[in-house]
Design a protein around this ligand. Sequence first.
Ligand code: ADP
Ligand code: MG
Ligand code: MG
Length: 247
Amino acid sequence: MSLLEIRNLRAGLVEENKEILKGVNLSVKQGEIHAIMGPNGSGKSTLANVIMGNPKYKVIDGEILFEGESILDLPVDERARRGIFLSFQYPQEIPGIRTRNFLISVKQFMGSKEPMLRLSREIERFSAEVALDKAFLDRYLNVGFSGGEKKKSEILQMAFLKPKLAILDEIDSGLDVDALKTVAEAIMRFKTEDMAIILITHYERLLEYIKPDVVHVYVDGRVIISDGAELARKVEEKGYGFLTERV
Ligand code: ADP
Ligand code: MG
Ligand code: MG
Protein backbone atom coordinates (compact mmCIF):
# COMPACT_ATOMS: atom_id res chain seq x y z
CA MET A 1 0.00 0.00 0.00
CA SER A 2 1.15 3.52 -0.73
CA LEU A 3 1.74 5.94 2.09
CA LEU A 4 0.52 8.79 -0.11
CA GLU A 5 -1.64 8.29 -3.14
CA ILE A 6 -2.73 11.25 -5.22
CA ARG A 7 -5.21 10.62 -7.98
CA ASN A 8 -6.10 13.03 -10.72
CA LEU A 9 -5.89 15.98 -8.36
CA ARG A 10 -7.21 19.28 -9.61
CA ALA A 11 -7.01 22.31 -7.36
CA GLY A 12 -6.63 26.07 -7.24
CA LEU A 13 -6.83 29.06 -4.96
CA VAL A 14 -10.08 29.64 -3.08
CA GLU A 15 -10.10 33.28 -4.18
CA GLU A 16 -9.47 32.74 -7.87
CA ASN A 17 -11.20 30.65 -10.45
CA LYS A 18 -8.02 29.30 -11.94
CA GLU A 19 -6.95 25.70 -11.96
CA ILE A 20 -3.31 25.37 -10.87
CA LEU A 21 -3.13 21.62 -10.34
CA LYS A 22 -4.45 20.01 -13.51
CA GLY A 23 -4.63 16.34 -12.75
CA VAL A 24 -1.71 15.33 -10.54
CA ASN A 25 -1.00 11.64 -10.04
CA LEU A 26 1.61 10.60 -7.51
CA SER A 27 2.23 7.55 -5.42
CA VAL A 28 4.76 7.48 -2.59
CA LYS A 29 5.53 4.41 -0.51
CA GLN A 30 6.81 4.33 3.05
CA GLY A 31 10.48 5.25 3.29
CA GLU A 32 10.86 6.37 -0.34
CA ILE A 33 12.49 9.58 -1.49
CA HIS A 34 10.77 11.34 -4.39
CA ALA A 35 12.06 14.44 -6.13
CA ILE A 36 9.70 16.80 -7.90
CA MET A 37 11.44 19.06 -10.40
CA GLY A 38 9.69 21.69 -12.41
CA PRO A 39 9.92 25.23 -13.70
CA ASN A 40 8.95 28.23 -11.62
CA GLY A 41 5.22 28.81 -11.46
CA SER A 42 4.29 25.26 -12.44
CA GLY A 43 2.39 24.70 -9.20
CA LYS A 44 4.86 22.75 -7.06
CA SER A 45 4.28 24.81 -3.92
CA THR A 46 0.56 24.67 -4.59
CA LEU A 47 0.74 20.88 -4.63
CA ALA A 48 2.66 20.89 -1.32
CA ASN A 49 0.11 23.22 0.25
CA VAL A 50 -2.85 21.21 -1.00
CA ILE A 51 -1.38 18.00 0.45
CA MET A 52 -0.90 19.78 3.78
CA GLY A 53 -4.45 21.20 3.64
CA ASN A 54 -3.73 24.93 3.51
CA PRO A 55 -7.23 26.52 3.55
CA LYS A 56 -6.20 29.11 0.92
CA TYR A 57 -6.48 26.36 -1.68
CA LYS A 58 -9.50 24.37 -2.82
CA VAL A 59 -9.65 20.93 -4.33
CA ILE A 60 -11.81 20.78 -7.45
CA ASP A 61 -11.54 17.10 -8.21
CA GLY A 62 -9.49 14.01 -7.46
CA GLU A 63 -8.34 12.33 -4.29
CA ILE A 64 -5.54 12.40 -1.73
CA LEU A 65 -5.18 9.21 0.29
CA PHE A 66 -2.79 8.95 3.23
CA GLU A 67 -2.32 5.45 4.62
CA GLY A 68 -5.29 4.43 2.52
CA GLU A 69 -7.72 7.04 3.87
CA SER A 70 -8.92 10.23 2.24
CA ILE A 71 -7.54 13.30 4.01
CA LEU A 72 -9.33 15.87 1.90
CA ASP A 73 -11.78 16.79 4.66
CA LEU A 74 -9.14 17.00 7.39
CA PRO A 75 -7.76 20.34 8.63
CA VAL A 76 -4.02 21.06 8.61
CA ASP A 77 -3.46 20.18 12.26
CA GLU A 78 -5.09 16.77 11.88
CA ARG A 79 -2.96 16.03 8.80
CA ALA A 80 0.11 17.00 10.85
CA ARG A 81 -1.00 14.73 13.66
CA ARG A 82 -1.28 11.86 11.20
CA GLY A 83 2.33 12.39 10.22
CA ILE A 84 2.50 14.85 7.32
CA PHE A 85 5.06 17.64 7.58
CA LEU A 86 5.64 20.54 5.21
CA SER A 87 8.74 22.65 5.21
CA PHE A 88 7.81 25.89 3.50
CA GLN A 89 9.58 27.48 0.59
CA TYR A 90 9.23 30.77 2.48
CA PRO A 91 9.07 29.96 6.21
CA GLN A 92 6.84 32.37 8.11
CA GLU A 93 8.21 34.63 10.82
CA ILE A 94 6.20 34.32 14.02
CA PRO A 95 6.93 37.10 16.49
CA GLY A 96 6.05 36.24 20.09
CA ILE A 97 6.67 32.51 19.85
CA ARG A 98 10.11 31.21 20.66
CA THR A 99 11.46 28.42 18.46
CA ARG A 100 12.08 25.98 21.31
CA ASN A 101 8.64 26.56 22.89
CA PHE A 102 6.96 26.29 19.51
CA LEU A 103 8.56 22.92 18.86
CA ILE A 104 7.69 21.59 22.30
CA SER A 105 4.04 22.66 22.03
CA VAL A 106 3.66 21.09 18.59
CA LYS A 107 5.16 17.86 19.89
CA GLN A 108 2.78 17.88 22.86
CA PHE A 109 -0.15 18.68 20.59
CA MET A 110 0.82 15.62 18.59
CA GLY A 111 0.50 13.51 21.72
CA SER A 112 4.02 13.39 23.18
CA LYS A 113 4.09 12.74 26.94
CA GLU A 114 7.87 13.11 27.21
CA PRO A 115 9.19 15.45 29.91
CA MET A 116 9.89 19.01 28.69
CA LEU A 117 13.51 18.88 29.73
CA ARG A 118 14.11 15.80 27.61
CA LEU A 119 12.37 17.37 24.61
CA SER A 120 14.40 20.50 25.10
CA ARG A 121 17.67 18.55 25.14
CA GLU A 122 16.65 16.69 22.01
CA ILE A 123 15.97 20.00 20.25
CA GLU A 124 19.44 21.23 21.23
CA ARG A 125 21.04 18.09 19.88
CA PHE A 126 19.28 18.38 16.52
CA SER A 127 20.06 22.06 16.35
CA ALA A 128 23.76 21.27 16.73
CA GLU A 129 23.46 18.68 13.97
CA VAL A 130 22.15 21.24 11.48
CA ALA A 131 24.78 23.75 12.64
CA LEU A 132 22.16 26.16 13.92
CA ASP A 133 23.46 28.00 16.95
CA LYS A 134 21.58 27.17 20.17
CA ALA A 135 20.86 30.88 20.65
CA PHE A 136 18.29 30.70 17.84
CA LEU A 137 16.15 28.32 19.87
CA ASP A 138 15.25 31.08 22.28
CA ARG A 139 14.57 33.66 19.60
CA TYR A 140 11.14 34.17 18.04
CA LEU A 141 10.44 31.61 15.33
CA ASN A 142 12.26 32.64 12.16
CA VAL A 143 12.27 36.33 13.14
CA GLY A 144 15.48 37.88 11.87
CA PHE A 145 16.80 34.48 10.72
CA SER A 146 18.74 34.53 7.45
CA GLY A 147 17.43 32.45 4.54
CA GLY A 148 19.81 29.63 5.43
CA GLU A 149 18.97 29.75 9.13
CA LYS A 150 15.26 29.48 8.32
CA LYS A 151 15.91 26.37 6.24
CA LYS A 152 17.99 24.85 9.04
CA SER A 153 15.21 25.57 11.48
CA GLU A 154 12.76 23.76 9.17
CA ILE A 155 14.99 20.68 9.09
CA LEU A 156 15.34 20.83 12.85
CA GLN A 157 11.52 20.71 13.01
CA MET A 158 11.47 17.71 10.70
CA ALA A 159 14.02 15.87 12.84
CA PHE A 160 12.14 16.62 16.03
CA LEU A 161 8.62 15.85 14.80
CA LYS A 162 9.64 12.65 12.96
CA PRO A 163 6.85 12.71 10.36
CA LYS A 164 5.88 9.75 8.21
CA LEU A 165 5.96 12.04 5.18
CA ALA A 166 8.17 15.13 4.97
CA ILE A 167 7.51 17.49 2.07
CA LEU A 168 10.49 19.81 1.65
CA ASP A 169 9.66 22.71 -0.63
CA GLU A 170 12.87 24.15 -2.11
CA ILE A 171 14.87 23.41 1.00
CA ASP A 172 17.94 24.18 -1.14
CA SER A 173 16.99 27.70 -2.15
CA GLY A 174 18.81 30.45 -0.30
CA LEU A 175 21.59 28.12 0.81
CA ASP A 176 25.21 28.59 -0.15
CA VAL A 177 27.27 25.54 -1.12
CA ASP A 178 28.47 24.77 2.42
CA ALA A 179 25.06 25.22 4.01
CA LEU A 180 23.49 23.08 1.29
CA LYS A 181 25.86 20.25 2.14
CA THR A 182 25.21 20.59 5.88
CA VAL A 183 21.45 20.64 5.38
CA ALA A 184 21.41 17.75 2.90
CA GLU A 185 23.59 15.59 5.14
CA ALA A 186 21.41 16.42 8.13
CA ILE A 187 18.28 15.41 6.19
CA MET A 188 19.82 12.04 5.42
CA ARG A 189 20.86 11.50 9.05
CA PHE A 190 17.41 12.46 10.31
CA LYS A 191 15.58 10.36 7.77
CA THR A 192 14.44 7.16 9.41
CA GLU A 193 13.83 4.01 7.38
CA ASP A 194 10.08 4.62 7.57
CA MET A 195 10.11 8.31 6.73
CA ALA A 196 9.18 9.18 3.16
CA ILE A 197 10.41 12.45 1.69
CA ILE A 198 9.14 14.54 -1.20
CA LEU A 199 11.88 16.95 -2.27
CA ILE A 200 10.69 19.83 -4.38
CA THR A 201 13.62 21.43 -6.15
CA HIS A 202 14.79 23.31 -9.21
CA TYR A 203 18.30 22.03 -9.00
CA GLU A 204 20.00 18.73 -9.39
CA ARG A 205 22.73 19.83 -6.96
CA LEU A 206 20.64 18.79 -3.93
CA LEU A 207 20.08 15.39 -5.49
CA GLU A 208 23.81 14.72 -5.52
CA TYR A 209 23.61 14.52 -1.74
CA ILE A 210 20.16 13.01 -1.42
CA LYS A 211 19.59 10.16 -3.87
CA PRO A 212 15.93 9.98 -4.85
CA ASP A 213 14.22 6.67 -5.63
CA VAL A 214 12.00 8.43 -8.15
CA VAL A 215 12.28 11.74 -9.99
CA HIS A 216 9.13 13.39 -11.30
CA VAL A 217 9.18 16.16 -13.83
CA TYR A 218 6.33 18.48 -13.11
CA VAL A 219 5.15 21.00 -15.68
CA ASP A 220 2.05 23.21 -15.72
CA GLY A 221 0.18 21.51 -12.90
CA ARG A 222 0.90 17.88 -13.58
CA VAL A 223 3.55 15.19 -13.46
CA ILE A 224 4.61 14.57 -17.05
CA ILE A 225 7.40 12.02 -16.62
CA SER A 226 8.62 9.88 -13.73
CA ASP A 227 11.85 7.90 -13.77
CA GLY A 228 14.94 6.99 -11.74
CA ALA A 229 17.57 9.34 -10.30
CA GLU A 230 19.26 9.83 -13.70
CA LEU A 231 16.27 11.82 -14.95
CA ALA A 232 17.40 14.72 -12.73
CA ARG A 233 20.68 15.03 -14.63
CA LYS A 234 18.90 15.01 -17.97
CA VAL A 235 16.66 17.82 -16.83
CA GLU A 236 19.63 19.82 -15.57
CA GLU A 237 21.48 19.37 -18.86
CA LYS A 238 18.68 19.85 -21.33
CA GLY A 239 16.08 21.90 -19.46
CA TYR A 240 12.39 21.13 -19.33
CA GLY A 241 11.82 22.05 -22.94
CA PHE A 242 12.98 18.80 -24.49
CA LEU A 243 10.70 16.81 -22.19
CA THR A 244 7.62 18.86 -22.94
CA GLU A 245 8.32 18.46 -26.66
CA ARG A 246 8.45 14.70 -26.22
CA VAL A 247 5.09 14.53 -24.47
P1 ADP B 1 5.96 26.84 -8.11
O1 ADP B 1 6.08 26.46 -6.66
O2 ADP B 1 6.09 25.68 -9.04
O3 ADP B 1 6.88 27.95 -8.47
P2 ADP B 1 3.40 27.91 -7.31
O4 ADP B 1 2.59 26.79 -6.78
O5 ADP B 1 4.04 28.82 -6.32
O6 ADP B 1 4.47 27.35 -8.35
O7 ADP B 1 2.48 28.81 -8.24
C1 ADP B 1 1.67 28.28 -9.28
C2 ADP B 1 0.80 29.37 -9.87
O8 ADP B 1 -0.19 29.77 -8.91
C3 ADP B 1 1.55 30.64 -10.21
O9 ADP B 1 0.96 31.17 -11.37
C4 ADP B 1 1.32 31.54 -9.01
O10 ADP B 1 1.39 32.88 -9.37
C5 ADP B 1 -0.07 31.13 -8.58
N1 ADP B 1 -0.22 31.22 -7.11
C6 ADP B 1 0.16 30.30 -6.22
N2 ADP B 1 -0.12 30.67 -4.94
C7 ADP B 1 -0.69 31.90 -5.05
C8 ADP B 1 -1.20 32.83 -4.11
N3 ADP B 1 -1.20 32.59 -2.81
N4 ADP B 1 -1.73 33.98 -4.59
C9 ADP B 1 -1.74 34.23 -5.92
N5 ADP B 1 -1.27 33.40 -6.86
C10 ADP B 1 -0.75 32.25 -6.45
MG1 MG C 1 8.41 29.11 -7.39
MG1 MG D 1 7.33 26.99 -5.20
